[in-house]
Design a protein around this ligand. Sequence first.
Ligand code: IDP
Ligand code: MG
Length: 136
Amino acid sequence: MSNLERTLSIIKPDAVERNLDDQIKKMFENQGFKIIKEKKIQIEKSEAESFYKVHETKPFFNDLCTYLSSGPIVVMILQKENAVLANRKLMGATNPKNAEQGTIRRKYGISIDKNSVHGSDSIENAKTEIDFFFKE
Ligand code: IDP
Ligand code: MG
């Protein structure tokens, strides 16, 4: 049974700043993800606060939003069979120290906050997050 899904991926400022975007995109493509849409943008802190609203009560919320809006990011719609889960797997654990070999965060992540990539964590959130960045 085919289960083609779309998910939202963000290459975060720490990775864009180190010019890792092409290498990270290649990791997606090598795993069979198709990049449906992409754009390099910088967002306002208020937009980061809206994007990360689920985390608004967390102690790291303010730093997280300051960080995500601190420099250019690459936002992409990725498509593949079971894309949401497949992307989470390819990204690796939130803390790069705990991420498995071969994952993006293990390879490129610097720390729990500068962990190079974001990926939607459910099909429902993928839809919301894709609309957030790409709704025309
Ligand atoms: P995820 O990105 O793996 O889905 P979430 O728990 O959704 O992880 O957290 C969102 C982002 O917030 C993480 O990617 C990371 O950048 C940051 N973050 C999560 N937990 C911490 C923490 O304990 N300290 C600092 N930043 C954190
Ligand atoms: Mg998350």
